[in-house]
Design a protein around this ligand. Sequence first.
Ligand code: NAD
Length: 260
Amino acid sequence: PLQGRVAIVTGSTSGIGLGIAEALAGQGAAVVLNGFGDPAAIEATCRGLSAAHDVPVRYDGADMADAAAVAALVERTRRGVGPADILVNNAGIQHVAPIEEFPPEKWDAILAINLSAAFHAIRAALPGMKERGWGRIVNIASAHGLIASPFKSAYVAAKHGIVGLTRTVALEAAAHGITCNAVCPGYVWTPLVAGQIAQQAAARGLPEDEVIRQVFLAERPTRRFATIEEIAATTAFLCSAGAASITGVALPVDGGWTAH
Ligand code: NAD
C-alpha cells in the first residue's frame, strides 16, 4: 500500500526507528535510514532491508543535533530518492538526573535532537508534501509527552513540546492531504532504556535490578514492556490510507500507563 512512497526515518540504525523502517519497507516504501553506528553494520542493514522487501534503502548519517544537517538530509533525499512523502521523526536521546545536577549541555542536546530536529525536518519536507497533496508525518514522542516522571526534565520538556508541535503542524497541513500525529510509547526494551538503568538507580537510590520492577514496570497495567514491533505497526497504520482522518493526535502505546 505504500509502493512508490519515500520515507525518511530519523534515528533508524537502532531500536524503534529500525523497527519502523522495516515496517514501512514491508509496506513497499523506499526508506532512508539515519543515525549513528558501525558503518559495516549499517551497510549490512540497508542491504538486508532492501533485499527482504525489494525496495530502495539508503543511509544518510546526518546529525540531528545540527539544524542545517537536518534540512540537508531532506534535500539529499529529494535529489537521491525522491521527495519525502513520509517523515518519521524518531531520533532521540535520554539523560536521567535530578534537575540541580542536570548538565546544561545535556539539556541543550536533548532539546536539539528530540524536539528541534523535528521542527527543522518538517519545515524542510512540508512544501514538497503540499505540492503533491499527500503526506504523513509521525513524531515518535513518548508517554512522557503526556505525563512526567522525576529526573527527566529535558526529556519530558522536549516530548511535551513535540506533542504541541504535532498539533500545530496538523492544523497547518490538514487541508493539503497531510496528517501529522505523535506516537507516545511507554517503556520499550531498546538500548535507550537499557542505558538509563544505572542513572535511574543512582537518582533514586535503588539497586539496578529494582529499577526494572519499580520504575519501568510498576505503573504499567500490562506489566510488560511494549515491543518495537507494536510501535512500528502503529506508525505504519498512521501512514496508511485508512488513517487519513487521524491527525493531531498523541496516541499512547503504553500498556495503559497514561490511563491511570
Ligand atoms: P535507541 O537509542 O535504540 O535509538 C536511537 C536512534 O537515534 C539510534 O539510531 C541513534 O543512532 C539515533 N540518534 C541518536 N542521536 C542522534 C543524532 N544526533 N543524529 C541522528 N541520529 C541520532 O532509542 P529508542 O529507544 O529506539 O528510541 C527511539 C525514539 O523513541 C526516541 O525518540 C525515544 O525518545 C522514543 N521513545 C523510546 C521509548 C523506549 O522505552 N525505548 C519510550 C518512549 C519513546
